[in-house]
Design a protein around this ligand. Structure first.
Ligand SMILES: Nc1ncnc2c1ncn2[C@@H]1O[C@H](COP(=O)(O)OP(=O)(O)O)[C@@H](O)[C@H]1O
Ligand SMILES: [Mg+2]
Ligand SMILES: [Zn+2]
Length: 456
């Protein structure tokens, strides 16, 4: 008589396991519990203990610089913290069609060219499809091996066989383990397969890139837990209709998470920008209502951005506040301060704010530009956006607070031909000389900034 196989319920969002079905998981999500059968020998918790491990005194631990591979793509190296660390596992997520496979294939061929065998496992596409792409983007190297396979055991067999210097899994949601009966892409499958991959990466010191899809809301489809299992989490995004693509890291055990990488999607693959600010300001209209140029600091480089705002009378009930590229809470705060300190009444206006180019700037240096863009649209006044760049954080009392790296942001503006930079007094005090062609307008409060912009 066969024993009845045990089942558990697993939340597809957070991985929480429960013996009973629940309508709402402890993570707050509804209807995410899926019944999964336990393997005969209990949960397949792969052990990372290898027989040679033993405790060693901390002084004897070899530290120093991680050994890194050059991916052949500067922008990718930058986001990773200076190249690909051996034995590290990186998760790259993004919407379908954004260019994940293209980016990683480019890195794969460069590494294959310079370092040795690279194994590209594809569960998404056939070898032919990958080859067609590789031909198009000139990413063909004799050391680059393609494997169209979805069974994790067979994948691992070939990994041990080929001993690649770099492994790519495209995508984790297509892999499955025969130990489990649940469908590929479910939490148990993803966790089990990822476990195997991570273990192999650590034991053999192979760097791995795992590609994962995200759902429309931007979450990793299903398995959040993946983020905890890997060393680095990257996200690749952009507007599919436009060519600009931004690579950003959300977790990095081997570097900062503030660097971004910028690419342009072309027929020949992803290319890097020489002048990032220029690409973000392409299409900037001179003196358009509601448009203001600002500067943010992304990782180690300053970046000029165009802020656009639209304030229009609201039809019914609640006025809308919609923002793309800045936090909605931040926008609401800026609007509240703008109303309180300048006497503007925006209660009956829908307000839309967009950071052009699909980037979400880090930090608060864009506050003042957002406020001025809203003001400009509401009042119908034009700010000479081709000549003036604006930066500064807005405090709740309406004062302008200093932002880090103001001098370097000003230099970037100057380089891009902006003749005036408006910035908080607390920043300008520390900047001694005006750069040759660029003048600083220093302002203490939001009110003062508005007064000044009216007469420029
Ligand atoms: N022949 C082509 N010429 C130019 N761009 C192409 C061509 N074929 C595909 N692309 C670009 O490549 C993108 C798909 O990239 P891909 O790396 O497959 O994305 P992902 O792996 O993220 O789903 C398409 O959205 C398109 O922008
Ligand atoms: Mg793909
Ligand atoms: Zn949950």
């Amino acid at each position: 008589m066969s024993k009845k196989q045990k089942t558990i319920f697993v939340c597809q969002e957070c991985g929480y396991e429960s013996a009973k079905w629940m309508g709402q998981c402890i993570c707050g999500q509804w209807n995410t519990m899926v019944e999964e059968k336990l393997p005969e020998n209990g949960l397949n918790k792969t052990s990372v203990i290898n027989s040679e491990s033993k405790p060693i005194p901390i002084q004897e631990v070899q530290s120093g610089i991680h050994s890194r591979l050059d991916t052949g793509i500067n922008e990718l190296n930058r986001v990773l913290g200076g190249g690909l660390v051996k034995g590290s596992v990186t998760l790259i997520s993004g919407e379908p069609g954004i260019g994940k496979s293209t980016l990683i294939l480019q890195a794969a061929s460069a590494i294959a060219e310079n370092n040795g065998k690279v194994l590209y496992v594809t569960g998404e596409e056939s070898e032919e499809q990958i080859k067609i792409r590789a031909d198009r983007i000139h990413a063909v190297s004799e050391n680059l091996y393609l494997l169209s396979e979805t069974d994790i055991d067979r994948v691992m067999h070939f990994v041990r066989n080929i001993e690649p210097v770099f492994l790519i899994i495209d995508s984790i949601q297509t892999l499955y383990s025969q130990n489990l009966t649940s469908a590929p892409g479910t939490v148990s499958q993803v966790r089990d397969c990822a476990n195997e991959i991570v273990r192999e990466a650590k034991i053999k010191n192979i760097p791995v890139f795992i590609i994962a899809h995200v759902t429309k809301s931007g979450d990793l489809a299903g398995p959040r837990i993946l983020e905890h299992m890997v060393d680095t989490v990257l996200n690749f995004n952009g507007e599919r209709s436009q060519e600009l693509r931004i690579l950003r890291s959300y977790k990095n055990r081997f570097g900062t998470t503030s660097e971004i990488g910028a690419f342009e999607m072309k027929e020949s693959g992803l290319t890097q920008f020489d002048n990032l600010s220029k690409s973000f300001l392409d299409g900037l209209e001179k003196e358009a209502e509601g448009a203001v140029v600002t500067c943010s600091y992304e990782g180690t480089r300053p970046l000029l951005l165009e802020v656009q705002a639209l304030a229009v009378p609201a039809n019914i009930g609640f006025a809308r506040r919609t923002s793309i590229g800045i936090d909605n809470g931040r926008l609401n705060m800026i609007i509240a301060v703008l109303e309180k300190k300048t006497g503007l009444s925006l209660i009956n206006h829908d307000i839309y704010v967009n950071i052009v180019g699909g980037i979400k700037p880090d930090g608060t240096a864009t506050d003042l530009a957002v406020a001025l863009a809203v003001y400009s649209s509401y009042k119908g006044i034009r700010i000479p956006s081709d000549r003036i760049a604006v930066l500064g954080e807005i405090g709740l009392t309406g004062e302008l607070r200093p932002v880090p790296n103001a001098e370097r942001m000003m230099k970037e503006a100057s380089k891009m031909g902006f003749r005036i930079v408006m910035m908080p007094e607390k920043n300008s005090k520390k900047i001694n000389e005006n750069t040759e062609n660029t003048k600083i307008i220093s302002v203490g409060t939001l009110y003062e900034a508005i007064q000044t912009i009216e007469i420029i």
